[in-house]
Design a protein. Sequence first.
Length: 582
Amino acid sequence: MPGVRPQEDQPSEVHKRRRTPALSDVAPLLVTFAVGLISYGLFYNRGLGLSVIGYSIAPAERVMQGEVPYRDFLFNYTPGILWVNALLMKAFGATLMATRIGLLAFKLITLITLFRVARRLTSGWAALVQVTLTLAWLGHQQIFNVYPDQYLVLFALAGLTCMLNYDETGRARWLLLCGLAIGVVFVFKYNVGVLLFGSGTLAIVTRELMTTRGIKGAAHRVGLYLIGFAAVAGALAGYLAYNNAFGAMINHFLHHAAEYSETRSVTLPPARVVLPAALASLLATIVGLGLLRTAARFFEAYVIAVIGIGSIILLALDKAALINESAIAAVAYFPPLIFAAAFALAIWQLKKKGRDAAGWWRDNGAMAITGLFAVAVYLEVFPRADFYHLVRVLPPVFLFFFALLVRCVPALREHLRTRVPSPNRVALLTAATPLVFLLFAGVEDTWAPEFDSGLRFRDNRELNIERGRGIFVEEKQAELTEGLVQLIQANSSKDDYIFSFAQRGSALYFLAARRNPTHFLWWRSVGISAEEREAVMTMIAARRAKLIVVQDVAATQEIQDFIGDNYDQIGVVADIAVYGLK
């Protein structure tokens, strides 16, 4: 009959059933990609961290020009970020936009990888909660600065995926691939690579001893893991040794590590700041437990009220308000508290299981591995608690916390079954409470500062310099950056050397397209010997640098007196002065 398809063209019930699960699997992934693209797309070309440009993009240009890190200039990390940025600028031009587009791609792939791991530990649609938390904590003030952590988290998650695959299948190739992934992390930031290698080793040994009780088998599998890691780390060491840079790197790292812990540590927020949020949480918990014992039928309404009132407080009050400041500061304590609670829970479960360690691992092995990897990434910043660093390592912590919370919901539901009318709904609401507060604290700390009271971007002025086209910053930042670049370019040529004592001025090597004649990225960097500093002063006395950039404050008076014999001040922009040869 016309208009009726032949029978063989009609979709069968089997095909319909097959198509439905496929769509349900793909839909959350598409949502993750779309929401991630929109969220990151709002900010990938906004904001400017001059110091970050000085230590991650200016030296990347030196790599692109044939220089080797540590041999030709000092760098505080392994050189992965320099190689990535050098390749991006080689392909798309030496501009800030080239590095930002590369970082946008990295962040999107990382978000998708995070979703896939969360889906594995929970479920497809539930994993979107993890995605939402990650996007709520976009980045503290400088969202798209090219820090090494912004790249290495992808490979940490790839390593976690491989380790979970090994735990599930027992196949050796996953250990090799996991070692390779952690080796790539090492190339971006050596301390995180070492921490992750240690956590992976502990996961393998724990698994083998709990399931097979075989020390020999554990040693064999750790060896496979080590082979993968050593293949990448060894290639890096071989490249540097071939270019006469390996010894210089080791020497710098030894000095750098010793000084860094002394000069750059940022303690956890003081108790007086966190106390209001802690007391409010404790009071809400006590009242809730009291309701469960005396008037359980009101417990659901109470939880909804806590979520609603807390959300209004976090979103409606100014960030500087006492309770908001306290709630955001409390997030610094969140990772160690979660890890401590999870460890205590694991010990309690092991005691409950008695001698059945294999059964415990069968039930909890994936969570244990996830927790170990999250701890390793987090320890890169601990005990520092500045939010610039903290926010960048939160995604793996959120992953572990959310998966742990999902696993606790059935037990909570069972506990509530005889106490409340709707135990399933109440259990979900109770579990959602900390997630909601984490979400809104992230919005308040990372999203709100990017907009003014009229919901307009604070960074709304495009940079008017060649290498900064397409990047939007605040008016004050634009005036500082453009003023310095114009001053540098008007008083020097492209082949001239300049040197910056000012940390922010180190970005001028890249932004003004001028060369740095020294091994330093900036003067106050840690791990620099007295002899190396003296060599710079000798270079200045020999008039090798056409221009000198200093921060025009009393702390640099000694430097200003020294350069005064050969240089005159030619201009000042804000608190940064430029000196030219007499």
